[in-house]
Design a protein around this ligand. Structure first.
Ligand code: HEC
Ligand code: HEC
Length: 257
């Protein structure tokens, strides 16, 4: 048991060192708690174990933030998932939930009232039009449950991304790539290259999500020439091509999220 635990810890420390959790408040605390209390059933990376289900599958991904907190606090009656509300403070539960979101490749929790973010400021509304229209941001990013899935969900963005990090993300997307949103390049036997968001890897295959977000494609490793990590973000440099007014409006909108 001692050795098994050590191995799990070593694996865990290793896998975490390769992720950059810069913008998750409380994630470090959540990670320690998760490591001590949840790994045994849900696996070091939330991949699932005999006694617990995966926390990174579609079902867990679709839990709203409220439901995620509720299932950790109250458990699911009739299953192996006990409630942890009596053992941990609200803050500790929140930290663990934040960490579960990080394992899902998402940024933190956003518990703001859904309507609270809807603004009547004209600059914000104009910025929302730029986001959904000319700049095409919505093709890759979801906010208030609408949009694409190639990039991170942007609800709660202003709370988790300081102004400097936001302008860096917009002006220089490849400078630091949000953990879980990296790209891979697959070069096929005929020399054509395909770039997509890296979703899964196994001994035999890798799975990429096409950059328009629509398809998940599996490439068998023995049938392609090369699979490499891309150092480029999938996010195009659209921001720089907007005029100053559009940029201002877009920033006002992003800061309202
Ligand atoms: C003894 C095993 C066990 C432990 C320990 C455990 N869980 Fe669970 N957990 C389960 C099982 C089993 C389910 C599935 C319940 C069901 O069938 O709906 C579950 C479900 C969940 C879900 C809901 C997933 C979904 O898709 O709806 C979350 C979130 C979760 N657990 C988080 C945690 C966290 C965080 C911890 C550590 C504090 C933890 N669990 C500890 C067994 C466990
Ligand atoms: C083709 C898909 C795509 C389009 C279009 C796109 N993005 Fe992104 N965006 C991404 C991806 C992928 C990431 C994560 C990788 C990275 O960090 O660069 C990202 C990251 C971001 C981040 C950082 C998020 C965080 O949690 O740190 C912000 C902010 C952002 N995008 C805003 C925008 C805005 C505003 C637009 C429109 C001007 C836009 N994006 C257009 C794919 C896209």
């Amino acid at each position: 048991m001692e050795i098994r635990l050590l191995t799990i810890r070593a694996l865990f420390a290793f896998s975490l060192s390769s992720l950059a959790f810069s913008s998750f408040a409380g994630v470090g605390e959540g990670q320690e708690l998760y490591n001590s209390f949840c790994t045994i059933c849900h696996g070091p990376l939330g991949e699932g174990q005999t006694m617990g289900k995966p926390l990174t599958d579609g079902m867990a991904n679709r839990l709203s933030d409220e439901d995620l907190l509720a299932v950790i606090t109250e458990g699911r009656s009739g299953t192996g998932m006990a409630g942890w509300g009596d053992s941990f403070s609200d803050e500790e539960i929140f930290d663990m939930a934040t960490y579960v979101r990080a394992l899902q490749g998402k940024a933190g929790l956003n518990l703001a009232d859904d309507n609270a973010g809807i603004s009547d400021d004209p600059a914000v509304l104009a910025g929302e039009d730029v986001f959904n229209g000319r700049a095409g941001c919505v093709n890759c990013h979801t906010y208030r449950d609408q949009g694409g899935s190639v990039g991170p969900v942007l609800d709660g963005l202003s709370g988790r991304l300081p102004a400097a990090a936001l302008s860096e993300a917009l002006l220089n997307p490849s400078a630091s790539i949000v953990s879980g949103f990296g790209a891979k390049i697959v070069e096929q036997e005929d020399g054509t290259q395909i770039v997509g968001r890296f979703r899964n890897d196994s001994e035999l295959a890798v799975q990429l999500q096409s950059s328009d977000g629509r398809r998940w494609v599996t490439f068998f490793k023995d049938r392609v020439k090369l699979i490499i990590d891309s150092t480029e973000s999938l996010m195009p440099d659209v921001y720089a091509s907007l005029n100053a007014l559009e940029q201002q409006q877009l920033l006002a909108f992003l800061n309202s999220l």
